[in-house]
Structure formats: C-alpha cells, structure tokens
Design a protein around this ligand. Structure first.
Ligand code: LLP
Length: 405
C-alpha cells in the first residue's frame, strides 16, 4: 500500500519503523503457493522481526514459528502461534529453556550437538515425556554469502556432521524419552544462489533415506531459512525453482517440508524513517546527520550492508555524495555511505528501505538511546504496534550501589 511517511513521522515521531503488512502477507502467500501439492509448513523465523503484531500477522495466515530462545517461543505463543507449529532451534539451550519448551508441547526441538541431545533426554526423563526432536545437520556446503551469516560449513558452530547425526538418531531412537521426528539444515542467510541449497537438500535427503533403512522414520524435512532479498540489485532465488529443487531432493519420501524464512517475508516490507538534524562538512567530506543511528539499524555498521534510501524534502539543489550518519560516538555509526543527495535541511525525512528484517530486533540502547517506535499498515490503516521507549524504562531495572546504605 502507499504509505504516507511524512504523516506517520509527524504523528509518531522519529526514528520510526514502519511495516507494510500487505506486502508481508503477499510474500507469505507467494512462498506457500510455490509448495502447493506438497505437505509444507512455513515457520516464520521470529528473530527477523519479533514484534507481536508481525508474528500474529503470519499466525493468522497459518504460519508456525522458528524460535531461538525460550523468549521467542513465548512471544510466538503470545502472538497466537499454535504450539504444534513451533520449532525451537539454536546451538545453546539451557535446561530451563528445554523444560519450558517441552511443557509447552511445541512441534520439535532442533538439536545441534550430542551433548545437547543428552540434556534434552535428561530433562524429558525428569518430566516423564518423550521429546520430539530434529537434528541439525551441517552439510558442509558453501552458501556463498557474507561470512557472518554463513552457517553450513564445518568451520561454523552450527549443527553436526552427517556421521554424528546418524549416531545421534540411533541413540534417540533407542531412548524412551526421545522421539526423532525431524531433520534440519540451514546453511546461511541472504542466499541468492539456489545451487548450494539444492546440494544441501540432496545430502540431507540421502541421510533421511539411510535412516529409513534402519527404521528411523523422519517426518519433517526442515530446510531452514535463508532466502535472500533485494537490497540493491542482487539476483533472487525464484520461489518455484526453490520448491522444485527441494521436492526433487526428497522424491519418493513422504515428508512435510518445513521452511524457516525470516528476511524473505519481512525485509522489504519495512522502512526506517529518520529525520535530518543537520549537515556538516569535514573539508570535502559531506555528512548528513540524522536522528537514527547504529543502535536503531546495525546492519550497515556490522555487515557493511547497503540499504536503499529515499529522501523526502522540498529542496531541489544539485546532488552530491554524502554519508548518512547518526549521533552515536563511533565512526562505524553510519546508515549509508557515499549516496547522492540534494542539500538537506533540518526536518527533512530520509527513508531507509529494506529495514523490516534484523532492524528493530538488533537494535539496542547504546548511548542510552530509547528504541524506536514501530507502526504497521494494513489495508489502508496504520497503527502503532510498539511505543517509543522512554528514559525511565531504560533505567527501570537499575539500582544505585549506595555505599552508606
Ligand atoms: N533458521 C535458522 C536456524 C537461522 O539461524 C536463521 C537465521 C533463519 C532460520 C532465518 O534466516 P533468514 O530467512 O532470515 O535468512 N542479522 C543478520 C542475519 C542473521 C541470520 C541468523 N539466522 C542480518 O541482518 O543479515
């Protein structure tokens, strides 16, 4: 839908996250329909954008949730996701988290090591239940993405190798407290090439076949998330091709395909709206200083990610290159570098695009900056879905260490 950013900035202030729910719905439906004819379950990766309203939007469409902490599991439940559609992944889960996940009767716990398998077993034994698990296989495939978000190589901390996975499945099958129902891989994020996913799917499907041969009946084939989006002019993976590759890999196997997309569903449906404070020049270098900073959107600083920019201004002067920077006391605090901008005045707006994934969720209170407000727009209507933080909330959990108490 057409969003009036100026109006929203006036009403809710800046920096402000704005989400286009119509766009997010469309993405969900497009992916879901690519898998038509197969049993499939989309488990939205809550980490990408965990606002309750965003999770609820996908829950309304029938989505499950992929969570990496018990906090995310609780969010998903609170937002209306059905427990039997929730997956709990991650390399390190505490006993308390495992216990709560089992008590919530979620679909499955994704196990990432032998040690963790034993912990899940012990906790399940204590609760006298059988824990549904899947094992995350690290297929040692190069996903060809930024090294920080590549996860399927043996040098990455994620998952276990094929042989170890097999041993763990056999162990689980023989345990009265473990029920191995799924298999999982996730080779990285912001993937723009299908080949590595195909390769990983084939490797993991072969493992499923060899497990079936020894009577271990895997039902859920979890291909993780990772579908890339267009920030600039990246190549994209076609949803239908993606579905075809996975279907081909599991040919002849009766499996429910589980997906854990995060970025794909939300990135391009989100905008960070920020206000220009003023400009400055250090010799020839032009800086536009805005009221959003790396604490609001960390991706440019952390991954050198580039997000497209749109400017809302009345000025029409000549364009020149500038860095858009925030007020934080770090040289790494930038939102865009060397972008062509007209002369800008205090109060002009800059819209940072593709900010719906890993934007707000990676924001912090660094420099004692309150986190931004969030607004969602759906079918012509925009609403506040998270109010701006206030100073009092930032210090609410702190106690003065008074010596002469
Ligand atoms: N499943 C698992 C097990 C994951 O680790 C992730 C992301 C996903 C699903 C969702 O991946 P997606 O579909 O969003 O690519 N902060 C980084 C991205 C980190 C991704 C971490 N894991 C960024 O801003 O690019």
């Amino acid at each position: 839908m057409k969003i009036d950013f100026k109006e929203l900035a006036k009403k809710y202030g800046t920096p402000l996250y704005v989400y286009d729910f119509d766009y997010m719905k469309e993405k969900y439906n497009r992916l879901k329909s690519a898998f038509e004819g197969s049993k499939s379950l989309i488990c939205y990766a809550v980490k990408a954008n965990s606002n309750l309203s965003v999770i609820n939007l996908f829950a309304r469409l029938g989505s499950g949730a992929d969570c990496v902490s018990i906090g995310e599991v609780k969010r998903a439940l609170l937002a209306g996701v059905k427990p039997y559609k929730i997956i709990f992944s991650g390399v390190g889960k505490s006993d308390e988290e495992i216990k709560e996940a089992l008590e919530a009767k979620i679909l499955m716990i994704n196990v990432e090591s032998e040690a963790e398998l034993k912990r899940v077993e012990a906790v399940a034994k204590e609760l006298e239940v059988e824990a549904r698990i899947s094992i995350r296989v690290n297929p040692d495939v190069d996903a060809k993405t930024h090294p920080y978000i590549s996860t399927g190589l043996k040098e990455n901390k994620f998952g276990v190798d094929i042989d170890m996975a097999k041993r763990m499945y056999i162990y689980a099958k023989n345990s009265p407290n473990l029920d191995p129902v799924g298999i999982h891989f996730h080779i990285g994020s912001q993937l723009t090439q299908l080949a590595p996913i195909k390769e990983a799917a084939l490797i993991v499907a072969d493992l499923v076949r060899s497990l079936r041969a020894i009577d271990i009946d895997i039902r859920f084939f979890d291909v993780g998330g990772g579908l890339g989006v267009r920030y600039d002019n990246e190549e994209l993976i076609d949803e239908k091709e993606y579905a075809k590759a996975i279907k081909e890999a599991i040919k002849g196997l009766d499996l429910t395909i589980v997906m854990e997309p995060g970025r794909y569903l939300v990135a391009n449906g989100g905008y960070l709206v920020t206000k220009v404070l003023y400009e400055k020049k250090n010799k020839d270098k032009r800086f536009v200083i805005v009221d959003a900073a790396m604490n609001d959107l960390l991706r440019p600083s952390l991954y050198n990610a580039s997000h497209q920019i749109e400017v809302i201004t009345k000025s029409t002067g000549p364009l020149s290159k500038a860095d858009i920077v925030g007020p934080i006391c770090e040289s790494g605090d930038f939102l865009a570098k060397d972008v062509l901008l007209p002369p800008l005045k205090s109060g002009d707006l800059i819209i940072i695009k593709s900010a719906g994934a890993y934007g707000f969720t990676m924001s912090s209170n660094y420099n004692t900056r309150p986190r931004a407000a969030e607004v969602a727009c759906e079918e012509g209507e925009c609403r506040l879905i998270r109010k701006r933080e206030e100073f009092d909330e930032l210090v609410a959990n702190e106690r003065l260490f008074l010596k002469d108490r």
